[in-house]
Design a protein around this ligand. Structure first.
Ligand SMILES: [Zn+2]
Ligand SMILES: [Zn+2]
Length: 198
């Protein structure tokens, strides 16, 4: 870790929500720390999933989970909050979503329900499942840092509607998206000086 990294105040909080596998969460935390070069913490969930459950669709409304995540008092006020779930998510205009995030906001949620090979009746592949989950988590967190969908082939910010789309992405930001994030990060260091100057 460099001295610049130790100055980073904006961290990422992962909030597993009824997620069964702690080792996956720990690996996800390591990957996100490496990608975003930020401190990543794992917080306990205070989310009541029953408030997000739609009995007619038999799915969970991701926006309702997001609202609870953002209001979660266990997290620092300036950190990004990533909920990780193992159940099926939806928003009203789509039959399902892999995740949802606030553009340039605080919260994101991601599900691995439809990312596993078993969902399609194929042989389990834990490594591939983790890769898919990491890509979707990076994608949703990218939105919280202000990135919109990207057209550059392979960029992690391209829009995915299937696991094939996710597998086609290389899991990294293209140069343009990476430059955008770099400028954001620089602004985080400048912010306290601005505050003093006010
Ligand atoms: Zn997206
Ligand atoms: Zn891009």
């Amino acid at each position: 870790m460099t001295s610049a990294d130790s100055l980073i105040t904006v961290s990422i909080c992962i909030v597993p929500i009824e997620f069964p596998d702690n080792s996956v969460i720990r690996l996800l935390a390591q990957e996100l720390a490496a990608v975003f070069k930020r401190r990543v913490e794992i917080h306990r969930s205070s989310v009541d999933v029953t408030l997000a459950f739609d009995p007619f669709r038999q799915q969970y409304y991701s926006s309702a989970l997001l609202k609870q995540l953002i209001d979660n008092p266990a997290c620092q006020s300036n950190c990004k909050v990533l909920g990780v779930v193992n159940f099926d998510l939806f928003i009203p205009i789509f039959s399902y979503v892999f995740g949802e995030a606030q553009l340039e906001g605080r919260g994101a949620v991601v599900s691995n329900y439809r990312l596993s090979n078993q969902f399609f009746g194929a042989k389990p592949d834990p490594h591939l499942l983790l890769q898919r989950l990491v890509k979707e988590a990076v994608h949703e967190l990218g939105h919280t840092y202000g990135l919109a969908h990207c057209q550059y082939p392979g960029c992690v910010m391209t829009f995915s509607t299937s696991v094939e789309d996710i597998d086609d992405k290389n899991g990294r930001f293209c140069q343009s998206c990476a430059d955008f994030l770099h400028r954001k990060k620089s602004a985080e260091f400048i912010e306290p000086i601005r505050a003093i100057a006010k």
